[in-house]
Design a protein around this ligand. Sequence first.
Ligand SMILES: *[C@@H]1O[C@H](CO)[C@@H](O)[C@H](O)[C@H]1NC(C)=O
Ligand SMILES: *[C@@H]1O[C@H](CO)[C@@H](O)[C@H](O)[C@H]1NC(C)=O
Ligand SMILES: *[C@@H]1O[C@H](CO)[C@@H](O)[C@H](O)[C@H]1NC(C)=O
Ligand SMILES: *[C@@H]1O[C@H](CO)[C@@H](O)[C@H](O)[C@H]1NC(C)=O
Length: 299
Amino acid sequence: MSVIGFIGLGNMGGHMARNLLKNGKKLIVYDVNKTVTEQFRAEGCEVAQHPADIAAASKEIITVLPSSPHVKQVYTNDNGLLKTIQPGTLCMDSSTIDQIVSLEVAQLAQKKKAEYIDAPISGGVTGAQNATLTFMVGAGNDRTFERAKAILDLMGKNIVNLGAVGNGQAAKICNNMLLGIQMIAVSEAMNLGINMGLDAKALAGIINTSSGRCWSSDTYNPVPGVIEGIPSGKGYAGGFGTSLMAKDLSLAQNASTNTQAPTPLGSLAHQIYRILARDPHYQAKDFGVVYQFLKKSNF
Ligand SMILES: *[C@@H]1O[C@H](CO)[C@@H](O)[C@H](O)[C@H]1NC(C)=O
Ligand SMILES: *[C@@H]1O[C@H](CO)[C@@H](O)[C@H](O)[C@H]1NC(C)=O
Ligand SMILES: *[C@@H]1O[C@H](CO)[C@@H](O)[C@H](O)[C@H]1NC(C)=O
Ligand SMILES: *[C@@H]1O[C@H](CO)[C@@H](O)[C@H](O)[C@H]1NC(C)=O
């Protein structure tokens, strides 16, 4: 049976790799964190010394990495994937990175007669755990998409074909920019309403059934106690960190500069999450903590 290569066993990647194991796949894995690779070794995986060992052993490779430089390094370093990559290999990158970097790496892979798709994900850690992720795929052609989908189906429930390579990153970056802006907007409106004398749950109920409704108001409300079981009710622990939101908004700002599309609210949102990501009261918290920041509360 063929072996799947997996690089990046963090919060998302670790769960995704385990869903492949659950489906009977054989894996060769790599991560800079030796604790986590030893766990995977104990679960029956082969552990590579370098990304190059993965490309030598596998023709289907998944990467789930924190940022653009990590992806570039894993591919282009001396012991990187491109060193040993075999013709016909399918590279699937589920990191959220610069669209330009995706396109660069895709070209380098194509020079080695390998295929590359960008396939960033949404659905959070729960989605990764439960194999209910959405994959936003830029595969370039339908045949490559179908080849990737056979594997991505084991880790997600919604595998979307967006066409050209790089389109996955574009979709992910635009969605997360909108999410970041909406969270600030909901926080602002909720705080104003509460200051005007409204009960938080009553106001959320009105917004949820009116034209201001959005995911940040009706599913992930940042005001503690409005919705149970989400980070705002648990001191903003877990969830999607302010530094990750700042990073995704920086990708949006870079894309906005490169394409000359104005994003004034995205720019302001970027600045706000950058402040949160550097402030000891807010930095390791879910991005809904922006509500506490606007309230001028260290909660
Ligand atoms: C390494 O992985 C282990 C197991 O997942 C985790 O508990 C630990 O925090 C990780 N270390 C770093 C430095 O990320
Ligand atoms: C999804 O994951 C959550 C959190 O791990 C868990 O509580 C829930 O039961 C899971 N749902 C399914 C359908 O497996
Ligand atoms: C809307 O707000 C209420 C609080 O009034 C909350 O309980 C509910 O879960 C929210 N979501 C939806 C979809 O109504
Ligand atoms: C921003 O885009 C440029 C291309 O114009 C790219 O070379 C660069 O790596 C990007 N910077 C960041 C921080 O993502």
